[in-house]
Design a protein around this ligand. Structure first.
Ligand code: SAM
Ligand code: SF4
Ligand code: SF4
Length: 346
């Protein structure tokens, strides 16, 4: 029988795609802009001063994002991650956090480069953010600056991490993308620094996201190599996943001093458990990080569609999803005109 308050909920809950995967996580890109120019994400040669970012009126408003989020929860979304671009450059982001935190039962988190975190951590926590992921690719200023390409120092990201910990945005995850020949020498110093801190360091294989970062397989340091390197110094044992579809494989230090994660999106594809959808800054729905096209939701939002209409549209998109890019990646697919990660949401 239909729930009179949520008619679409009854008919559309627990949608699965063509490969039997449910919809569980939503990543929302709140801005396509960023104050960094990481070489693996927004290379300066492409995202330089002439690059056309979206105009403010094109972005989804906070109210529109919150409305979509509520509708998404009808379809099984349990977790929302705010991302970008750099989410903390979007003004008054705390207001959006507050709106999303009001949705019952939602696990709400955010990924940031940490540059503005020292200033914002407490406000985010007070607005209802539960925990946070901070990206940091090295503890060595020269290496880190070469990667962020805007001369941003390590110390200010570490201050941001400390502020987040003090505000209680825990457990904190630290994301490190490893690019061969650029920051692979930072793997062990990073592992040593965060071991015993209570923060979970996660190593991410360098991916062929978008089509501007010049990705080559040779630049990938594999998760297996990273684990072997750390294990040789501080013995590790594998830990069970926290839940089905967790992207990071967990490894625990045998002496009890914490854990690390490795995200082997290139060498050990995890598409078969992928339950993630992405909402772009201007309201397109993408069913894969490596998509070449999305589904417009903004015309529905701004054209008077009811919640049920939007709910039907989401349902239809997910049902026809068959994405499994990482399982079929080749040197040729790496050259496809994929949507940039800063726009689609990392
Ligand atoms: N600006 C925020 C940040 O850097 O944390 C959020 C957006 S960023 C696109 C999200 C995550 O994607 C970051 O942890 C970043 O390091 C990671 N990322 C970006 N480009 C990548 C690539 N080519 N391969 C692997 N991870 C990448
Ligand atoms: Fe900006 Fe994050 Fe991309 Fe780096 S990874 S350029 S911080 S969006
Ligand atoms: Fe999911 Fe696409 Fe990544 Fe596979 S490649 S895990 S389908 S986002």
């Amino acid at each position: 029988m239909n729930d009179p308050l949520f008619p679409a909920a009854a008919s559309h809950a627990q949608v699965t795609d063509r490969l039997g995967r449910p919809l569980r996580d939503l990543r929302i890109s709140v801005t396509d802009r960023c104050n960094f120019r990481c070489v693996y994400c927004m290379p300066k040669a492409v995202f330089g001063k002439d690059y056309q970012f979206l105009e403010h009126k094109e972005l989804l408003k906070f109210e529109e994002i919150a409305r979509l989020a509520r509708i998404f929860t009808r379809h099984g979304i349990e977790k929302i991650r705010l991302t970008g671009g750099e989410p903390l450059v979007r003004r008054n982001l705390e207001r959006l956090v507050e709106m999303l935190a009001a949705i019952r039962g939602l696990d709400l988190t955010l990924t940031t480069n940490g540059s503005l975190l020292a200033k914002k951590a407490q406000a985010l926590k007070s607005a209802g953010l539960k925990r946070i992921t901070v990206s940091l690719d090295s503890l060595d200023d020269a290496v880190f600056m070469r990667m962020n390409d805007v001369d941003f120092p390590v110390a200010r990201v570490l201050e941001g991490i400390d502020a987040a910990a003090a505000a209680g945005l825990t457990p904190i995850k630290i994301n490190m993308v490893v690019k061969r020949g650029v920051n692979d020498a930072s793997i062990l110093p990073m592992a040593r620094h965060f071991r015993g801190s209570g923060h979970i360091l996660r190593f991410i294989e360098y991916m062929d996201v978008g089509h501007t970062n010049g990705w080559r397989m040779d630049d990938v340091v594999t998760a297996r190599q990273i684990v072997a390197m750390i294990d040789a110094e501080a013995p590790l044992e594998q830990a069970a996943p926290n839940y089905r579809g967790e992207v990071a494989a967990r490894w625990r230090y045998r002496d009890g001093s914490g854990e690390i994660g490795v995200i082997a999106s290139v060498t050990q594809a995890f598409c078969r458990d992928c339950t993630r959808a992405r909402l772009s800054t201007e309201g397109r729905l993408y069913t894969c990080l490596f998509a070449t096209a999305g589904h417009e939701l903004k015309p529905l939002l701004r054209g008077g569609a009811s919640d049920d209409d939007i709910s039907h549209a989401l349902d239809a998109v997910w049902r026809q999803r068959g994405d499994r890019y990482s399982e079929i990646r080749t040197a040729a697919t790496a050259g496809l005109q994929k949507i940039e990660m800063s726009y689609i949401g990392g």
